[in-house]
Design a protein around this ligand. Structure first.
Ligand code: NDP
Length: 248
């Protein structure tokens, strides 16, 4: 199956974890993928790994999505080097957990700047080419924590709930131009981000997952690939929880 032949995709946070698997999945079905992450080492390694399987499918770009001007430059560079973008996946995200009582201003700012403003920056930068592209798609990686909240993650919950509101607003703004915009809300997925958590926290989360296991990056990539595909043309402004039943 080659659902993404002749398509250009941008995946932020593509250097590791969920983003790398999304980039790999799109490349596997024919997309040329811009793998964007903070560090050149990370996105370079991810692009090399993807290209080892699917030659010349991935190009690495080291950019901080929170930097508005840098993202504008990135859009120009990708337009020049790869062509007009059809698919934008906003996946870059960070956590700085702590109870509000102890949360520092910089913990709030870092999370909001990356997870929410970062998506504002990329959508602003790529919206013009998207409006002219074939089967244009924006997919934002939110979180179940943006739906149900979590003690110790007020910054992260606010950023992901904000991302869901942003998704719906731009879905309405861009619908007339044929650009669909949806959010995927992962539950607990095994990656570096969740690897840092203490065993006791992991066990408590597991007890709340009806399907009885943590998710894998491919569970999220499969949903993203469907939403990015031509088959999903009539779906916009929606949030899809991929969480083993955590939030049903
Ligand atoms: P990881 O921590 O494994 O990877 C995060 C990626 O985002 C890295 O490639 C990192 O770059 C990149 N990134 C972080 N900050 C920036 C920035 N300012 N600019 C550009 N790139 C940046 O995360 P996951 O794969 O676990 O998570 C991916 C997304 O899924 C996040 O949005 C997260 O909130 C969301 N999510 C994850 C869940 C989980 O259980 N894992 C659950 C729910 C949502 P670099 O590699 O260069 O450091």
């Amino acid at each position: 199956m080659s659902r993404f032949a002749n398509k250009i995709a941008v995946v932020t946070g593509g250097g590791r974890g969920i983003g790398q698997e999304i980039a790999r999945t799109l490349a596997a079905e024919g997309a040329k993928v811009a793998v964007v992450s903070r560090s050149a080492a990370s996105c370079g390694k991810a692009a090399d790994e993807i290209n080892a399987e699917f030659p010349a499918a991935a190009t690495a770009y080291a950019v901080d999505v929170a930097d508005h001007a840098a993202v504008q430059e990135l859009a120009k560079k990708i337009g020049d080097e790869l062509g007009a973008v059809n698919i934008l996946i906003n996946n870059a995200g960070v956590t700085r957990d702590g109870l509000l009582m102890r949360m520092k201003e910089e913990d709030w700012d870092t999370v909001l700047d990356t997870n929410l403003k970062g998506t504002f920056n990329t959508v602003k930068a790529f919206m013009r080419p998207l409006m002219k592209a074939e089967d244009p798609r924006i997919i934002n990686i939110a979180s179940v924590i943006g739906l149900i909240g979590n003690a110790g993650q007020s910054n992260y919950s606010a950023s992901k709930a904000g991302l869901i509101g942003f998704t719906k607003a731009i879905a309405r703004e861009l619908a007339g131009r044929g650009v669909t915009c949806n959010a995927v809300a992962p539950g607990f997925i095994t990656t570096d981000m969740t690897g840092e958590l203490p065993e006791a926290v992991k066990e408590a989360v597991l007890a709340k997952i009806p399907l009885g296991s943590f998710g894998e990056t491919k569970d999220i990539a499969a949903m993203v690939a469907y939403l990015a595909s031509p088959a999903a043309r009539y779906i916009t402004g929606q949030v899809f929880a991929v969480d083993g039943g955590m939030t049903m």
